[in-house]
Design a binder for this molecule. Structure first.
Ligand code: GUN
Ligand code: ZN
Length: 452
């Protein structure tokens, strides 16, 4: 990082085609929500965007000597991707064969999560996970740790080295899992509180109170989670809901006194702004209305839902205009099968098709950036390109494979170009990733610390 005499980071800038959103294209006409600038400049200093606009307008406003990195016309600069549901500890078991949710958890997930009592192991996985984030242009994530607090420390310590905006938390789980993974209402309260005090608001780190899902918490533990959320309302609360039909039936049997799955969480004070519910495939109309009225959000995890045979989330129903539920996008590694948000969007498109609706490419791009930032209540910080926003940026290589290069000759406009990237693109399409204005990944250069 270059600093001036006052230790301020000297302004730097990047130039090339830029896409960003000023509003929600699910609610407004695309022309009123999306900005496409074929030759734009974005300048930043101290991790914050200072200028954005057409190159001809911005260049004369920059101080002489500002270094401008020019990404060519076969690039597209965007706000970095945001993933609001992912399990870093499942990185080593992505692609585990043959089961649906509850058996998959018992057979593959829990034995893997056991290994995270060893902080060195946790750190080694966190490093791989975070490098893969960068390689896929994901600049913000909301992450499940494991039941072991040291697994969260390892993740946050490594993310902090990259100055990455990240949310995460220790899984709370006091029943229906192997003994070696169980905590208690008391220890989960104490350990979560200590982690919040240590990490929430430290640099770019945010804490997520993390009851895994209703079946693995007793009523006592859910009420502890609610007490923590009331004590720390600026934190997140992340969990799972209505992913799998057997799971929904199980929750009914475990909590017969409640009206349904969401009501279990609601009863314990877990439905409010910054509550992030993974999946939500099998929610009722009343439950969607309650998510809307409480300001809670759903994270749509399509690769995971197809992989585990859970079903296909109806995003357009969730976002219905009379009671839109905040909706984010998640990879849900390791039930999710790809780190790529492009691939995740491609599967979201297919889920929408199965629901007889079409996810427009610009709406999809919004979902992976500003839309998920909105679901997480951080759209004033990340998810779009504008002065004052944090300089978390991805640069797409629009011709990253011979096939995409060939296909791109035939596209007519930016929407078609986006759709080709979504349908055919993967990590090869990520040319560069900036975190708070620092170049942290470049396809053309091996960066320090990168795993091969
Ligand atoms: N429900 C409870 N735990 C999990 C998990 O780790 N992954 C998924 N996909 N669903 C869950
Ligand atoms: Zn999950």
């Amino acid at each position: 990082m270059i600093k001036d005499n006052c230790n301020n980071e000297v302004q730097t800038a990047i130039r090339g085609p830029v896409i960003t959103f000023t509003d929600d294209p699910f609610k407004r006409n695309l022309d009123d929500a999306m900005v496409y600038e074929p030759d734009g400049i974005i300048a930043f200093a101290n991790g914050i965007i200072t200028h954005f606009g057409p190159a001809g307008v911005i260049a004369p406003q920059l101080p002489p000597g500002v270094k401008i990195t020019h990404y060519g016309s076969d690039s597209l600069i965007s706000a970095g991707f945001i993933d609001s549901h992912v399990h870093y500890a499942q990185t080593p078991m992505i692609g585990a064969f043959g089961e649906q949710l509850l058996d998959w958890l018992n057979k593959y997930t829990f034995p893997m999560e056991r290994k995270f009592s060893d902080k060195d192991f946790a750190r080694s996985v966190a490093k791989v996970f975070l490098q893969e984030r960068l390689k896929h242009g994901i600049t913000t994530s909301c992450v499940f740790g494991t039941v072991f607090p040291q697994s969260v420390d390892a993740l946050f310590e490594e993310a902090d080295k990259l100055n990455m905006r990240i949310a995460g938390g220790k899984v709370m789980m006091d029943r229906n899992a192997p003994d070696y993974l169980l905590d208690t209402p008391e220890t989960s309260y104490d350990e979560t509180k200590a982690l919040i005090e240590k990490w929430h608001g430290y640099h770019r780190i945010m804490y997520a109170i993390t009851p895994r899902f209703a079946p693995t918490s007793t009523a006592e533990q859910l009420s502890v989670a609610g007490a923590l959320f009331a004590e720390y309302p600026q934190c997140y609360m992340q969990t799972h809901i209505a992913e799998n039909l057997n799971e929904v039936e199980w929750v009914k049997a475990l909590f017969p006194e409640r009206e349904g799955y969401l009501d279990v969480y609601d009863h314990y004070g877990l439905c409010r702004p910054r509550a992030l519910f993974g999946h939500g495939i099998h929610l009722t109309e009343n439950e969607l209305a309650r998510l809307h009225s409480s300001g809670s959000a759903i994270t749509h995890c399509p690769t995971s839902n197809f992989f585990l045979g859970s079903g296909y989330f109806n995003a357009s129903r969730a976002m219905q205009k009379n009671r839109p539920v905040r909706t984010g996008l998640g990879t849900d590694i390791g039930a999710g099968t790809s780190f790529s948000m492009l691939t995740t969007l491609s599967e979201a498109y297919k889920a929408a098709q199965l629901n007889q609706s079409a996810l427009h490419p610009a709406q999809a791009w919004y979902l992976a950036t500003r839309g998920t930032a909105h679901a997480m209540y951080i759209d004033d910080k990340v998810g779009s390109i504008a002065p004052g926003m944090e300089a978390d940026i991805v640069v797409i290589d629009m011709k990253s494979t011979p096939m995409i290069d060939y296909r791109m000759q035939f596209v007519q406009d930016i929407n078609e170009a986006l759709f080709v990237q979504i349908t055919l693109g993967d990590d090869r399409a990520i040319r560069a990733t900036y975190i708070a204005g620092e170049l942290r990944y470049s396809k053309d250069a091996i960066m320090e610390g990168e795993h091969k």
